[in-house]
Design a protein around this ligand. Structure first.
Ligand code: 5GP
Ligand code: MN
Ligand code: MN
Length: 480
């Protein structure tokens, strides 16, 4: 890969415009020397492919957790002009608004460790997991519409959480402009029984403790301190989002030809941003995004109930408040400053987290002075990180940072390489309890299938797009 990129500065590599024909802008890959060695040439090609799309602004980017994805690389960020540009489902991904939230508690590691097995069992049984898993809640048509249109707010109004939860979500836990008339009945039927479920094995519900604080000032604004127990939730829009993506990809694969847009890869199906086809996808995508926020909100409620049962105390008494909730698979209409001019763009973040700096009006008032919390999961056996959006993100990455450690090994390969039961025992020996629907899930999700979360996070920290605030270590993990 070294020969395919040109070093601009530490952690910043250019994929020159000549990499493939018709690139409108260069590519940018944000990785360290070491992480570059693990990047597949195919990922570089995917970054370059995106650079050929009409209306792309500045450059086609990938974060340090980058790896191969559908059309766009996972870890990809691209912004398109509202008029000249396109909207592409591949730039969002199948799991629309897959995202992460972090719940604080006032419990200390010592309070939780003696009960971790029971607590993990309780979480595992209260929050259904597995690919086709069903919730104990089945949405009516009306409830499903509300989830699609109002996101986390609907869930809170229905009794799953408190008002403050909504204020601590990206975009207050919903995006405006959703329109259910572009959601198929197949997507609706998949969505009804799945609100409040985790889904497949990369998704999880994890009890953790804070083991290191890097920035005491910001940590205190985030309500974090050493030894404190936190809970991380990672999941998305389940079958509903997947179906919405599938349905509209079909439409857009036709549309892209009709509009005469030349794409180097079929998976980059797209349409002009203001076309009916692109807007229909966008409005349906927003439904899925809102559904995902409702989903994470219901899981939060059942997480609180699980803690209440195990510790015999009120969730309020344990101060189980939401630190933040971020999307990492979404396209959004945002204002950015490009060549000194403010303009509206469709920012596609696919396996990338928004990372707005201090002072940005979209950062909740509680964090306005420090910046947006950025939540970066590691793996079930390695640290996860809490960062804070920083000024450089607006210049460098359209206000974005990485979304995780990023996979380096396929699931199929992992099942050959690792043995679920022995990984489980190994984690157990390190004080980490894991519950999964099947040992093969543990093999597929072994810490070794992911890059080093510390190395990935150091890149965004050094680039100054998001700064390290705290590190958390897993204690108990309910895997999807
Ligand atoms: P994705 O959204 O791409 O599926 O995953 C996001 C990130 O979550 C992965 O890149 C990986 O770093 C992280 N991750 C996957 N499983 C776990 C887990 O069980 N616990 C934690 N803390 N992180 C995980
Ligand atoms: Mn997902
Ligand atoms: Mn995800």
């Amino acid at each position: 890969v070294r020969s395919l990129v040109r070093k601009l500065s530490d952690n910043n590599w250019e994929i020159p415009k000549g990499h493939i024909p018709n690139m409108r802008v260069p590519g940018r890959l944000f990785v360290s020397e070491k992480l570059l060695e693990g990047i597949e040439p195919g990922t570089i090609d995917q970054i370059a492919n995106v650079a050929t799309l009409p209306g792309i602004q500045k450059y086609s980017m990938a974060m340090p957790d980058a790896h191969l994805g559908y059309g766009f690389a996972i870890g990809g960020v691209a912004a398109f002009d509202v008029e000249e540009g396109v909207i592409s489902p591949g730039g969002v991904g199948f799991d629309i608004n897959c995202g992460v939230r972090l719940i604080r508690t006032n419990l200390q590691k010592e309070d939780v460790v003696p009960h971790i097995k029971r607590l993990t069992d309780e979480l595992f049984s209260n929050v259904p997991s597995g690919v086709g898993s069903k919730s104990r809640f089945k949405a009516s048509d009306k409830e499903l519409d509300s989830a699609f249109l109002e996101g986390a707010k609907w869930a809170v109004d229905a009794g799953y959480g408190v008002e403050a939860d909504v204020e601590h979500c990206e975009g207050n836990g919903f995006l405006e402009g959703a329109d259910t008339s572009h959601v198929s009945s197949k997507a609706r039927n998949r969505g009804k029984p799945q609100l409040g479920t985790l889904g497949s094995g990369n998704h999880f519900l994890e009890v953790q403790y804070v083991d290191e604080i890097y920035d005491p000032e910001v940590a205190s604004a985030f309500g974090l301190e050493e030894g404190q127990v936190t809970v991380m939730v990672h999941c998305g829009s389940r079958g509903a989002g997947h179906q919405i993506c599938t349905d509209h990809l079909k439409e857009l694969s036709q549309a892209v030809k009709r509009y005469g847009i030349e794409i180097p890869d079929k998976q980059l199906a797209c349409a002009p941003a203001q076309s009916k086809e692109a807007q229909n996808y966008f409005k349906a995508m927003l439904c899925a995004a809102n559904y995902a926020w409702a989903n994470r909100q219901m899981i939060t409620h059942w997480t609180r109930e699980s803690f209440e049962k195990i510790f015999g105390r009120d969730a309020d008494d344990m101060e189980m408040s939401l630190l933040y909730d971020v999307a990492h698979n979404v396209a959004k209409l945002e204002e950015h400053s490009i060549e000194g001019r403010k303009k509206e763009v469709y920012v596609h973040r696919k396996g990338a987290t928004r990372a707005f700096p201090a002072g940005h009006p979209e950062v909740p008032s509680a964090y306005r002075d420090v910046g947006q919390p950025v939540l970066i999961p590691g793996s079930m056996g390695t640290p996860s990180f809490i960062l804070c959006g920083s000024t450089e993100s607006m210049d460098v990455s359209f206000g974005s940072a990485c979304h995780g450690a990023g996979r380096v090994m396929s699931r199929a390969h992992a099942k050959k390489e690792f043995h679920g039961q022995s990984i489980k025992e190994d984690l157990e020996a390190h004080g980490i309890t894991v519950r999964a629907t099947h040992p093969s899930v543990i093999a597929e999700e072994a810490p070794g299938v992911y890059k080093s979360s510390s190395e990935v996070v150091n890149v965004v920290h050094e680039l100054g797009i998001a700064r390290k605030v705290a590190r958390v270590i897993p204690l108990g993990v309910a895997k999807g």
